[in-house]
Design a protein around this ligand. Structure first.
Ligand SMILES: Cc1cc2nc3c(=O)[nH]c(=O)nc-3n(C[C@H](O)[C@H](O)[C@H](O)COP(=O)(O)OP(=O)(O)OC[C@H]3O[C@@H](n4cnc5c(N)ncnc54)[C@H](O)[C@@H]3O)c2cc1C
Length: 404
């Protein structure tokens, strides 16, 4: 095992500098602790900061503003003022209007790459943060009052000591595996195609969720007069869809989505993602926790993954701020596990329900779904629950989410 040099001791080592790991490093700054961020990829930004459109819930917008990240955005986010949910061939539909809830918007749409640059700009302002990059987490050994976290870079492998290890290394988390935490995974047998689209009519602040027999479609209003589209297609059809030229793709998209956002006239390059969900059986063990996609990965159609992961990070940062003398203490990690339980379960169930039920073509389910959507449109209490979830206020939320 590599020796621990006197310079390589940290209070907290975060593995993964993606959306959640970077946000956590920023949220921990005010604790005054010695924090290190380990990121495997070289270059400007980790590849996860790509062209995907991120819908930030209101709670997320509040927290990112309070953390000083949103002011770093070069291009402003686009507000989501209304949400329209419908199913192709069915009767029901739901309209939610932020004004009915006394809000200007349910949240904002930000392009992941722009968000990555804003996070990076904020990370560079943190005087105490140690960064290991590019460096890969390769394993962990237990010591008396700290873990020995093994990382590899071009100089070879070394160990750094951590009183708390945070696995923020995404769906295929090596930290989770090294800690011996099992995870349950579901494959929706769908691929998600992401593209930037222009319509003859500019976006008006409405976000659309449309469910068809082939899979779900989400259309988000962007600030650049385009829509960010996510279209679910059966996994075996994905190659054919990716091969379509622009006109053929637009025609398919228009047919599946319909005309409520107008005629689609241009489309950019398409990228493709698998649709899976994953749930770690535990989110903490001795001196270690999981956050974000490492703890749970959601079907992207509900646009909840980062919003949920950020609430993991903020909850952890709040607990550490209250008890900075030992960030890896057993009672702190037990409190983290307990506090994250309800939000995690409910958000996983919500996203899974959207992805499964609405894409099931069984004829018998159809009237039930229509009835459910109609009931939702008519019942203010159900609508409030849906709107509360869309804004990120599900269960007990971290204090920073309520700032603003
Ligand atoms: C198409 C699509 C659309 C989405 N839209 C939304 C949305 O609208 N709203 C929303 O809230 N969420 C959305 N999501 C989900 C969101 O992207 C994820 O929830 C988020 O990326 C999770 O962040 P994370 O930091 O946990 O993991 P990641 O972002 O995957 O980051 C993990 C990081 O760990 C690093 N890493 C991996 N292994 C190692 C190692 N061994 N050592 C060191 N570093 C390592 C990786 O390089 C990476 O930088 C969407 C997802 C997709 C696919």
């Amino acid at each position: 095992m590599a020796p621990v040099s006197p310079h390589a001791r940290h209070d907290i080592v975060i593995v993964g500098g993606g959306l959640v790991g970077a946000s956590l490093a920023i949220a921990l700054e005010r604790t005054g602790l010695d924090v290190a961020l380990v990121e495997a990829t070289a270059g400007d930004l980790p590849p996860v900061f790509d062209e995907r459109n991120l819908s930030f819930a209101d709670a997320t917008v509040n927290a990112l503003a309070a953390l000083g990240v949103l002011p770093k955005l070069v291009a402003p986010g686009a507000p989501i003022r209304r949400i329209h949910v419908s199913r192709r061939g069915d009767f029901g539909r739901v309209w939610l209007d932020a004004a009915d809830y006394g809000r200007e918007a349910f949240g904002q749409v930000v392009v992941a790459r722009d968000f990555g640059h804003a996070l990076e700009a904020r990370l560079r302002e943190l005087p105490r943060l140690a960064r290991y990059r590019p460096a890969r987490f390769v394993g962990v050994d237990h010591g008396d009052d700290a873990l020995r976290v093994r990382v590899a870079d071009e100089a070879g492998e070394r160990a750094v000591a951590a009183r708390l290890l945070v696995g923020a290394d995404g769906t295929r988390s090596h930290v989770r595996t090294a800690l011996g935490i099992d995870a349950d995974e579901h494959d929706y047998a769908q691929s998600l195609l992401v593209a930037r689209l222009a319509a003859a009519r500019d976006p008006d602040g409405t976000a659309y969720e449309r469910f068809g027999e082939h899979g779900p479609i989400a259309l988000l209003p962007r600030a650049d007069r385009h829509f960010g589209a996510v279209m679910g297609v059966a996994a075996e059809e994905a190659d054919a869809f990716v091969a379509l030229d622009d006109d053929a793709f637009l025609e398919q998209f228009q047919q599946r989505f319909g005309w409520r956002a107008g005629r689609f006239i241009r489309v950019g390059p398409r990228s493709r993602y698998p649709a899976i969900s994953l749930r770690a059986r535990s989110v903490s063990t001795t001196r270690a926790v999981l956050v974000g996609n490492a703890a749970q990965t959601l079907h992207p159609i509900g646009a909840q993954g980062f919003n949920l992961g950020l609430r993991d990070a903020l909850t952890l940062a709040e607990l550490v701020a209250r008890q900075p003398e030992d960030p890896g203490a057993g009672d702190l990690l037990a409190a983290y596990t307990k506090l994250r339980g309800e939000d995690r379960e409910r958000t996983l169930a919500f996203s899974d329900g959207l992805a499964r039920i609405t894409s099931n073509p069984a004829g018998l389910l159809r009237p039930l779904r229509s009835a459910a959507l109609l009931a939702l449109d008519a019942a203010p209490s159900l609508q409030s629950a849906l709107a509360g979830g869309a804004m990120g206020y599900r269960g007990e939320v971290p204090a920073l989410c309520r700032a603003g």
